[in-house]
Design a protein around this ligand. Sequence first.
Ligand code: ZN
Length: 259
Amino acid sequence: MTGSQNQQVRDLDKKLKRVGVISDIHGNYHALEAVLAELEKEGVDQIVCCGDVVGYGARPNECVEKLRSMEIPTIAGNHDHAALLLTDISNFNEIARQAVLWTKKVLTEENMEFLRELPLTLRDTANDVFYVHASPKEPGEWNYILTMGEARMNFNYFNEQICFIGHSHQPFIIENDEGNLACPTRPEIEIHEGRRYLINVGSVGQPRDHNWRACYVICDFEERKLEIKRCEYDLAACQAAINAADLPRELAERLSHGM
Ligand code: ZN
């Protein structure tokens, strides 16, 4: 476990019609604004953020302040902890490390305090959903779920029907039908009674699936449907902000390629 003061599970308990799930914003305020506008149009009655609010992008304070002002339940990601030096960054690559140190320098005290208080997991008892940034098995270890074997093991570490994660910046849907795992490639699925789901909601601010558009998920609890969605944002303005800041230029470049 890393050193955050607030490792415990936090609970949500309001019955919802539709939830919008976002993750890995990474200081990309332009993408966050675009996704929030889409979610407003879609009429979700709750938004939840699976962590990594900061790191890489040029506007970390604005991203934190937006989540704070909208009271969006948010969990901690490894980059949020890294910016507070709550996690070891020796395994970060040079560009990620430079971005962490830049983010730490520009974050306001108040916003750092917000990040420090984020829980590692959220449990939504009313809608039977669990939220964690990296993996249910060891939320504070930031392990990636990259194989079906890792996914299978992680189904043992949450009790809810659906678990939403982020972290890899690559969206996926894994459906568990009494031990038979399937990975549908279509972006929209039905949620079946008796089946369980592990959903990676992708990244709002730095997609890495060769698609530059911001990624997010809408889950409709009444219609029992879930969809991975994409939306365009002002990429050029976002890249200009990165280039104007004292951040590695590669961070702007990679956004064009969704990598
Ligand atoms: Zn991330």
